[in-house]
Ligand binder design. Structure first.
Ligand SMILES: [Zn+2]
Length: 169
């Protein structure tokens, strides 16, 4: 069994310069090694959700891994290698966004309400998703991470910040 001894202390926090780096593309030869990180990231999402009551996805740079990799774990873990996003139209929506790298901060941002995602899955097969609403916003957030962009960079104005206090269990 693989070791999954990762905790929330493994998530890089706002201010860490690695969150500002550009990630590099994944090549198939790296899959064996990265597979282990996918498990770790999926496990971190579960741990984060237990603590904060939210959290659906994480991008590799948030654990210091500067690779084009996003892991979503809602019902089951899904790895997205080398994702690319495109937008079928220009309609944007405003929402309160949050991030595991600044878990107590909510940021008001604008995101496209629809997006198309192309990526390689865990078996290096091509996948194509057409997303809207919550999932569209989520993918835009995670994709930003791969280019060193954080939700705070997209704050709509100076009042676009709110402190989040998780409910005590
Ligand atoms: Zn984030």
């Amino acid at each position: 069994m693989k070791s999954l001894d990762v905790g929330l202390e493994n998530i890089l926090l706002l201010g860490d310069p690695r969150l500002r780096e550009n990630c590099s593309p994944v090549v198939p030869e790296e899959l064996d090694v990265l597979d282990h990180f996918v498990d770790q990231m999926a496990s971190l999402i579960v741990t984060f959700r237990k603590t904060y009551g939210k959290g659906r996805a994480i991008a590799a740079p948030q654990i210091g891994l500067l690779k084009n990799l996003i892991v979503i774990n809602i019902d089951n873990p899904v790895a997205l290698y080398n994702p690319t996003l495109s937008f079928p139209h220009n309609k944007q929506v405003e929402l309160w966004d949050d991030c595991m790298s600044f878990p107590n901060l909510m940021v008001r941002v604008k995101r496209y309400d629809k997006c198309t995602v192309n990526f390689k899955d865990r078996d290096w097969k091509d996948q194509h998703w057409e997303l809207e609403g919550d999932m569209s916003e989520l993918l835009q957030h995670e994709y930003d991470h791969l280019r060193g962009v954080l939700a705070i960079d997209r704050a709509i104005d100076k009042d676009a910040f709110k402190w989040f206090v998780p409910a005590t269990p």
